[in-house]
Write a protein that binds this ligand. Structure first.
Ligand code: SF4
Ligand code: SF4
Ligand code: SF4
Length: 307
């Protein structure tokens, strides 16, 4: 039996070191604001990231998707239940816009700043594969690998959704004088209604297009922000042209339909801002030609596999 087929406890323990920066942030924010929420929140998130990545690293290659799904539930589930449901914060993109207009430095605003605006400059769209509470459910559906994208510009519908969401908020705010009250029952209704629509649309599209990630590819407005900063991501997938046999296995399993071998042939990293850094390709490649790499580039062509 190869070492890769066993659960590796050393990997689990060494990955736990990732909790340290989160716990430092927890203590600094708690001491400087006096708010116990920051202590609890960042201690928990640090522990969830540490355990999730630790289990992912320790699992044998074929079982690694389980580690990623565990992380999705530990982080996405916590944010949705604790921050959203129990603390009545509207985590939908409309909530983020409303809090910005109101000048609330809420948990939701911190969340968008870290996970969806500035964080992707470092860790790409890892939010989408390791922490999103919408994907947490959609990834359980049967169509892990779609058969490609719908041809045409359908991906642009996400940006139309973004503009519509922003317009609704601005109309309500400036047109009708609507105001948000932090942690009120109205915020909870916004959250519940928004998520119900997202889950219903996501599940319907997944079965219709036979693609778990159809919602991410054609509907989710958050991609407008994510795709912008992801262009500059320091972490991206890199392929080794010497090792690559052009078998195409990575492309067949990529949930975002990215033509990975084309990037490898060009000698560039996977520059598509559709990459969610799930590492399915890394764990699939029989030649061991792919890995997560650290570097500097500003994105490039969206080489996508279309139906
Ligand atoms: S694209 Fe949207 S729904 Fe899909 S994983 Fe990313 S944030 Fe979540
Ligand atoms: S290129 Fe690899 S890491 Fe990126 S989305 Fe596709 S399978 Fe995941
Ligand atoms: S799976 Fe590996 S060897 Fe096959 S095309 Fe992709 S990078 Fe190349």
């Amino acid at each position: 039996m190869k070492i890769d087929d066993k659960f590796n406890f050393k990997e689990l323990v060494s990955s736990l070191a990732i909790v340290i920066p989160f716990w430092i942030v927890a203590i600094v924010l708690w001491r400087s604001t006096g708010d116990i929420f920051y202590l609890f929140n960042f201690l928990y998130i640090g522990a969830a990231v540490g355990i999730g990545i630790g289990v992912y690293s320790a699992l044998p290659r074929k079982k690694k998707p389980l580690g990623r799904k565990l992380t999705l539930f530990l982080i996405g589930g916590y944010l949705f239940v604790f921050l959203g449901l129990l603390n009545s914060e509207n985590l939908q993109i409309e909530g983020f816009f409303f809090y910005l207009l109101a000048g609330f430095f809420s948990g939701s605003v911190i969340h968008y700043m870290v996970a969806k605006i500035f964080g992707p400059i470092l860790f790409s769209r890892a939010w989408c594969s390791w922490a999103c509470w919408t994907a947490m459910i959609l990834d359980l559906l049967p169509y892990k690998h779609g058969s490609g994208r719908i041809p045409g510009k359908w991906g642009g519908s996400r940006h139309i959704h973004f503009i519509l969401s922003l317009s609704i908020v601005l109309l309500l705010w400036f047109g009708s004088g609507y105001r948000v009250e932090s942690r009120s029952i109205t915020e909870l209704y916004w959250l519940l209604a928004g998520n119900a629509i997202y889950y219903a649309t996501g599940i319907t599209l997944a079965f219709w297009l036979k693609d778990n990630r159809a919602f991410c590819k054609y509907v989710c407005p958050i991609t407008t922000i994510l795709k912008f900063t992801t262009r500059f991501s320091l972490l991206k997938i890199r392929g080794d042209i010497e090792k690559c046999t052009e078998c195409g296995a990575c492309m067949k399993t990529c949930p975002m339909d990215i033509r990975i071998p084309d990037y490898v042939k060009m000698g560039s990293r996977v520059l598509s801002t559709e990459c969610i850094l799930c590492q399915t390709c890394v764990n699939t490649c029989p030649a061991g030609a792919l890995k997560v790499s650290f570097g500097l580039d500003i994105g490039g062509k969206e080489l996508l596999n279309e139906r």
